[in-house]
Design a protein around this ligand. Structure first.
Ligand code: PLP
Length: 434
C-alpha cells in the first residue's frame, strides 16, 4: 500500500473527524519524548507543560516504565479479566489502599470515560434510580452516559440520555451568580442550591458526581470545604458521592493525593474514578467502590481490555516510581514556585485575568480587550507558546483558559524555562490584541 505524499495534517483531515487535532492552525506531529520534553517530526524540541493530557504523569520514556512494558510485552500481551494477572492484582491492592475507601474493590477499564460509565452503572443499579446530580461546567467523558452528566453544552451534544441529570452550582468559583460571595458564603449558597434542586427531584437520587478541580473546565475549583458540606446533605439522603479523580488523582494537586481530600470531608467518597496519569500514557482507567456497591453488578460487566497485562505492568511501575520519589511533594514545591513566577511575569497584562491552581495543575484565564473571556486570545497564545518551544493545554467553558499540567517530575529549572516562555507568549498575545 502506498501513502500519499501530502503532509500528515492534510491526510488526517481526509480520514479523521474534524474535531481532532484542533490546537494549532497546523497540527503538530510528535515523534518521541524524553523526560519533560517531546520532539516534533521536524526535530524541534518542546517543553511539555501539558504532560500529554495529564497522561504522562512521571516522565516521557521513563526507563522504569518502558522496561516494565517491554518485559511484559515479551511474556504475554493479553489474558482478559477471565484470568488472573499478577500485576493487575498488585495494582488493585495498591490503589484500594491509597483510595481510603473501606473494603474497597477496584475495577479496571481502558479510559476515564469508561471508568465514569462504570461508576454510573454501579450507582444507578445500587440505588435503583437513574437520577444523577452533577456540577455545571463539568466534563466527565464522551460516551452516551458521560456526556449526559457533562455540564456544558459544547461538550455535551445530546440530551437523549437514559440518565436524568440535575445540575447544581459549585464547580466555578470566579463566575456565576455567587462569584461576589466570600468562600463561606459561596459554600452556603451552593448547599442551599443543592437542597433546592433535591427538593425538585422525583424520588430517589442515585449519586452526585464531581471533579474536585474541573479539568476541561479550565482548572477551576470551588473553595475547600464545599464537598464536605455537600457530603452531609448527600449522606442524609443516602445519595452516593462519586469523585471523578481522572485529572486530580495521584498527587497532582500537591497538597493531597486525591483532589477530594482538600475538602476536609469526614470520609472518602463512595466511589472514586481514575485514569490518565496512572499508566504514564498506557490506557488505564478504573473505579474504586465499597464491595457492597461494586458487587451489585453481575458477571456480564467485565471489560475485554480493562486490566490488560501490559498496561498493568506499566501502571505498577509508574505508581511505584511516583511514591518512591515523592512526586506529590515535588508537585507542591515546584508547582508553588511556578504559579508565583507566572503571576509575577504576567502581572499588568490585561489579557491575563487570573492565574489559579494548586500543585502542577495551573489555569490561566484569558480575556479580550473588553474584559470578557476570549477564545481568540487563547488561540493566539497557543501559537506563540508553540513558536517558543512550549506545549500547554487549553480549556474553559469559552475555550479561553490555558492549562498547565506538566509531568510531576518537573524540575525548578524547567519550571523557570516554561514560565519565561509563557510570560513572553502572553506578552506577544497582548501585543496582537492591542
Ligand atoms: N473525567 C475527567 C475529569 C476528564 O478530564 C476526562 C478527560 O479529559 C474524562 C473523565 C474522560 O477520560 P478519557 O478521555 O480517558 O475517556
Amino acid at each position: 500500500m502506498t501513502h500519499s505524499a501530502a503532509p500528515l495534517h492534510d491526510r488526517h483531515r481526509a480520514v479523521m473527524p474534524q474535531w481532532l487535532a484542533l490546537y494549532y492552525a497546523e497540527p503538530l506531529e510528535l515523534t518521541h519524548g524524553e523526560g519533560r520534553h517531546v520532539w516534533d517530526a521536524h526535530g524541534r524540541r518542546y517543553l511539555d507543560f501539558f504532560g500529554g493530557v495529564l497522561t504522562t504523569m512521571t516522565a516521557h520514556a521513563l526507563p522504569e516504565v518502558t522496561k516494565a512494558v517491554a518485559e511484559q510485552a515479551g511474556r504475554i500481551l493479553h489474558t482478559s479479566t477471565l484470568y488472573l494477572d499478577r500485576h493487575m492484582v498488585e495494582l488493585a491492592e495498591r490503589i484500594a489502599a491509597l483510595s481510603g475507601i473501606p473494603d474497597a474493590r477496584v475495577f479496571f477499564t481502558t479510559s476515564g470515560t469508561e471508568a465514569n460509565d462504570a461508576a454510573l452503572l454501579l450507582a444507578t443499579t445500587h440505588r435503583r434510580s437513574n437520577q444523577i446530580l452533577a456540577l455545571r461546567n463539568s466534563y466527565h467523558g464522551r460516551s452516551f452516559s458521560t456526556v449526559a452528566i457533562t455540564g456544558n453544552s459544547a461538550w455535551s451534544p445530546t440530551s437523549l440520555s437514559p440518565l436524568q441529570t440535575l445540575y447544581v452550582h459549585g464547580g466555578v468559583r470566579s463566575r456565576g451568580p455567587y462569584a461576589h460571595l466570600s468562600d463561606a458564603g459561596f459554600i452556603d449558597a451552593c448547599v442551599a442550591d443543592l437542597k433546592d434542586v433535591l427538593g425538585q427531584a422525583h424520588g430517589t437520587v442515585a449519586a452526585f458526581v464531581a471533579e474536585p478541580v474541573q479539568g476541561v473546565g479550565g482548572f477551576t475549583a470551588p473553595p475547600d470545604g464545599l464537598y464536605a458540606a455537600f457530603r452531609e446533605v448527600l449522606a442524609e439522603r443516602g445519595i452516593l458521592w462519586i469523585s471523578d479523580e481522572v485529572q486530580t488523582g495521584w498527587g497532582r494537586t500537591g497538597d493531597h493525593f486525591w483532589g477530594w481530600q482538600a475538602h476536609g470531608a469526614s470520609g472518602p467518597p463512595d466511589l472514586l474514578t481514575f485514569a490518565k496519569g496512572i499508566g504514564n500514557g498506557m490506557a488505564i482507567g478504573g473505579v474504586v467502590a465499597r464491595a457492597e456497591v461494586m458487587n451489585c453488578l453481575g458477571a456480564n460487566s467485565i471489560s475485554t481490555f480493562g486490566g490488560s497485562p501490559v498496561t498493568m505492568a506499566a501502571g505498577l511501575a509508574n505508581l511505584t516510581y511516583l511514591l518512591e520519589h515523592d512526586l506529590q511533594g515535588n508537585a507542591r514545591r515546584v508547582g508553588g514556585l511556578l504559579i508565583e513566577r507566572l503571576r509575577a511575569l504576567t502581572a499588568g497584562l490585561p489579557v491575563v485575568r487570573e492565574v489559579r491552581g494548586r500543585g502542577l495543575m495551573i489555569g490561566i484565564e484569558l480575556a479580550g480587550p473588553d474584559g470578557t473571556p476570549s477564545a481568540e486570545a487563547a488561540s493566539l497564545a497557543l501559537e506563540h507558546t508553540r513558536e517558543l518551544g512550549l506545549l500547554v493545554g487549553r480549556g474553559g467553558r469559552e475555550g479561553n483558559a490555558l492549562r498547565i499540567a506538566p509531568p510531576l517530575t518537573l524540575t525548578v529549572a524547567e519550571a523557570e524555562e516554561g514560565a519565561t516562555a509563557l510570560g513572553e507568549a502572553l506578552r506577544r498575545t497582548q501585543q496582537d490584541l492591542d
